[in-house]
Design a protein around this ligand. Sequence first.
Ligand code: PBG
Length: 327
Amino acid sequence: MELTHRPRRLRRTEAIRTLVRETLLHPGDFIQPLFVIDGTGVREPIDSMPGQFRLSIDELVKECKALTEVGVPAVNLFGYSDEKDAQGLASYRADGLIQCAIAEIKAHVPDICVQTDVALDPYTDHGHDGVLVDGEIANDESIAVLVRMAVSHAEAGVDQVAPSDMMDGRVGAIRVALDDSGFDDVGILAYSAKYASCFYGPFRGALKSAPRELENVPKDKKTYQMDPANVEEALKEIALDIQEGADIVMVKPALAYLDVITRARQAFDVPIAAYNVSGEYGMVLAAAEKSWVDKETAMFEVLTSIKRAGADMILTYFAKEAAEILG
Ligand code: PBG
């Protein structure tokens, strides 16, 4: 049969497929989220996230060294806190866990980019990302605390703060506060299009930060995180964060929102991050455990899809493992 076009010619051998491959993963694409806990010598497995650990600061420093050795350029820190109150007071102490963790990493592994989560959920007794006033997550009152948290991280030496709370105007408020405190070189990685997703479940287990089922406390985060049905609204959120001074904008989760990543890529010329969240990690692991998928193949297929969709960087619990294999 005479056929002018035979696309299969470009798939014949691995060498040819390598030549025409459009999307290449690199260890430099990844950011490893890490969980920090009090103590020394602690490397506590997280039940809901097999292969991930709560690390005391000394172990965290070792992990950061190991990550730089395999070419992962950045970590994103989350603090585990037993101290929880209505206002999230433990979030912005100068000698708090995350603040000490930043300083220790910067002292021992200065080359790694340290990012920190800025949101109150690990520190509030109700598990919400902001403060509660009359049964509602109060926007401006929350920002006042988030700003203090961000500045305390900057004082400890953080490279980039990552507000994940979804309060309106927090990026601008944090930018102004950082600049006023002399931290104009500290960047903002904004969780701009963060959806109210079920895929955060395993993460909330890691930090014991699920919203509490208490009277007068909202059970979910739908009044501040976005409706999974919306994409135009995501573009608006991203545009606002860029206007307010975000250096990098993020779409989260990644897999069920690949179209959002692509639309953001087409509409904006700032770096775009995507968060391959805990539930997405868990789905791959659970299916692999049942031998329904091959773990390594699934991991790379997922990561490649996120990059192909348009993400410049990927926060992923697979960061270290994928970087080791990519070499
Ligand atoms: C907290 C925060 C969450 C995640 C990152 N920062 C949970 C939430 O919003 O409830 C989820 C990360 C993951 O699931 O891997 N503001």
